[in-house]
Design a protein around this ligand. Structure first.
Ligand SMILES: C[S@@+](CC[C@H](N)C(=O)[O-])C[C@H]1O[C@@H](n2cnc3c(N)ncnc32)[C@H](O)[C@@H]1O
Length: 208
């Protein structure tokens, strides 16, 4: 963590960081306004989160991350760029979705380049599992909510496709992989994957 990123956690946490707790969040008081709420799971250094939030100032974006340097960077950059519609929850996305987000209240959940855990014996550590798909489905708004995932790991992409197709409350918007949406920002992570010759796989599911 840089000294600047450390300062985000010292001397009283930034107003952009969600206070820890177990109770469901009140989005109107958290964001200081009403608006559709989108969650990004595992935002890394926050580049995609910040760009999407800056382009959609009417909406509200909650990033969830366990990695403190990334949280520090996102908060610093949001403050520097004057992006007021982003908040950050520190911790495990599964716990935060379960405990702090009420069912049916999210318009979108983004999962960009989750850790692929390539070794077979580590596949159980992957975030995409049947229980995760059920949790995602439960938190999305009926009839309008969507889940979008991108990964550069083909085998994980195919496994995720099967997992989400097995969740009866979600339907695949494209019948297979989705085209790369224009709204998903090109991050350093994706650029590097492309430079190394890896394809990118997008998945887009809608809540029925
Ligand atoms: C491969 S990185 C991708 C980061 C970013 N989405 C990107 O596209 O550059 C995966 C990120 O997910 C975070 N992560 C992994 N498991 C998580 C969990 N259970 N809850 C929240 N964040 C998680 C990691 O800390 C890491 O920053």
């Amino acid at each position: 963590m840089t000294d600047a990123q450390k300062r985000v956690f010292e001397g009283g946490p930034s107003a952009l960081i969600v206070q820890s707790g177990k109770d469901p969040l009140d989005f109107t008081s958290l964001f200081g306004k009403t608006g559709s709420v989108f969650v990004e799971i595992g935002f890394g250094m926050g580049d995609a989160t910040l760009d999407i939030a800056a382009l959609n100032p009417q909406a509200c974006y909650l990033g969830i991350e366990v990695h403190r340097p990334g949280i520090g960077r996102l908060v610093m950059e949001a403050e520097r760029r004057g992006i007021g519609n982003v908040r950050v929850a520190e911790g495990d996305a599964l716990e935060i979705l379960e405990d702090r987000i009420r069912p049916g209240c999210l318009e979108g959940i983004h999962l960009f380049f989750p850790d692929p855990w390539p070794k077979k014996r580590h596949h159980k550590r992957r975030i995409v599992q049947a229980g995760f798909a059920a949790l995602v489905a439960s938190r999305l708004a009926d009839g309008s909510g969507y889940f979008h995932m991108a990964t550069d790991w083909e085998e994980y992409a195919r496994e995720a496709l099967a997992v989400f197709e097995g969740e009866r409350r979600l339907r695949n918007a494209h019948g297979g992989f989705a085209p790369r949406p224009e709204w998903r920002p090109m991050t350093k992570f994706e650029r590097r994957a492309r430079e190394q010759g890896r394809s990118i796989f997008d998945l887009h599911f809608l809540k029925s």
